[in-house]
Design a protein around this ligand. Structure first.
Ligand code: PLP
Length: 409
């Protein structure tokens, strides 16, 4: 048996479909966000990153870096084991209290990533609810789909952000069966937002529990960075909020927040929590510093929205096909996997601009795109240079513009 051949042909299938992924070898430069060094095949080059999920640059914030260094120096690196084996280290206790407070909930529980929190959180919750039916948004993230799958209970998919469809399904189930509605607050490939208020209304009317992934919103929306639910005034109506420490908070880790009994039950039953080592204390301290800073400071949030709005305006004025988005995400339509990859390569090689191509299966075939994420630190000059570079690339690849560019040379 030639086992190696199986793997080679699996890779060949990806090459054939033009979705074999290549990662750029990058080194970020603390204090110079969004600038980074690209270790290219031809040597080191300076590049500007336009696709980071460290949305607010908090991964380089002096308070956050300082907290990580200080804690590692004081208590060492690793957590020393699972919490069942090694106990809970103090910075983690502080972080969980900070997260519960951020979301106005009784308790929170930390996992090693947002992915794990969804996968093990959703499956554990649904398994503990007898005869649970999960109602899941069609565009939910893979980590939620895996959580729903592992729950092993019946599930129904409602059309993306379609509350009329969700209501139909809720009516059909009847009032007696326990139901868990699972959705995101901000969908990060299109930048659209869920109607959380309406979803809460339905959940209350039809007696469902709600689980909302706020991964792309925590730190960035709401007066204290509590997310879209905080912004929309519905945080107290959502049963379980899930978030990450790896995006706007610039660190690593995921969590759920909710009622003490719910969180304690997940803590007690979730294999993805019980059987894996806790996050290191230094990471927890750094995340706490980021959350505390963003609770008190709105500068990053306001500047972030301002930069995203300016990027959309400049690219749109240049005739580039900016897809409509209600948030800080700026998706640029390409519609072809090969050209999407080529556009990304040309931007990096010829313009020192890094934007990872977004192809199937992350988005549907035919909707391939460049997903641009401006940060508070993308100055006007960088936005103008991005527009110029994109126009050149669009021209080179024969990609259509929505109108004649205003500032064509
Ligand atoms: C990134 C992401 C996650 C996973 O979070 P990590 O902390 O990176 O594991 C979960 N849900 C959504 C919607 C995401 O985009």
């Amino acid at each position: 048996m030639d086992y190696n051949q199986f793997f080679k042909s699996a890779l060949n299938r990806l090459h054939d479909e033009r979705r074999y992924r290549v990662f750029a070898d990058l080194e970020r430069i603390a204090g110079r966000f969004p600038h980074a060094t690209w270790h290219s095949p031809k040597g080191q080059r300076n590049v500007v990153i336009w696709c980071s999920n460290d949305y607010l640059g908090m991964g380089q914030h002096p308070k956050v870096v300082g907290a990580m260094v200080e804690t590692a120096t004081r208590v060492g690196t690793g957590a020393g084991g699972t919490r069942n084996i090694a106990g809970t280290h103090h910075p983690l206790v502080q972080l969980e209290a900070e997260l519960a407070d951020l979301h106005g909930k009784e308790a929170s529980l930390l996992f090693t990533s947002g992915y794990v929190s969804n996968q093990t959180g959703i499956s554990t919750l649904a398994k503990l609810i007898p005869n649970c039916l999960i109602l899941s948004d069609a565009l939910n993230h893979n980590s939620m789909i895996e959580g729903v799958r592992q729950a092993g209970c019946e599930r129904q998919i409602f059309r993306h952000n379609d509350t009329a469809h969700l209501e139909e399904l809720l009516i059909a189930v009847g009032p007696d069966r326990p139901k868990l509605i699972v959705c995101e607050s901000l969908y990060s490939m299109d930048g659209d937002v869920a109607p959380l208020g309406k979803i809460c209304d339905l959940a209350e009317t039809y007696g469902a529990m709600t689980y909302v992934d706020e991964v792309h919103a925590v730190g960035m929306y709401g007066p204290r960075g509590g997310g879209i639910a905080e912004r929309d005034g519905v945080m107290h109506r959502i049963d379980i909020l899930e978030g990450t420490l790896a995006k706007a908070f610039g660190c690593l880790g995921g969590y759920i927040a909710g009622k003490a009994s719910v969180i304690d039950a997940v803590r007690s039953y979730a294999p993805g929590f019980i059987f894996t080592t806790a996050l290191p204390p230094a990471i927890c301290s750094a995340a706490t510093a980021a959350i505390r800073h963003l609770k008190a400071s709105s500068w990053e949030r306001e500047r972030h929205q301002d930069r995203a709005a300016r990027t959309k305006a400049i690219l749109t004025a240049a005739g580039l096909p900016v897809m409509s988005s209600d948030t800080h995400i700026v998706p640029l339509f390409v519609g072809d996997p090969e050209k999407c990859k080529r556009a990304s390569d040309l931007l990096l090689e010829e313009h020192g601009i890094y934007i990872q191509p977004i192809n199937y299966p992350t988005v549907a075939k035919g909707t391939e795109r460049l997903r641009i994420t401006p940060s508070p630190y993308h100055e006007d000059g960088l936005i103008d240079a991005l527009a110029e570079a994109l126009l050149q690339v669009w021209d080179q690849l024969g990609l259509p513009l929505t109108k004649k560019p205003l500032a064509a040379e």
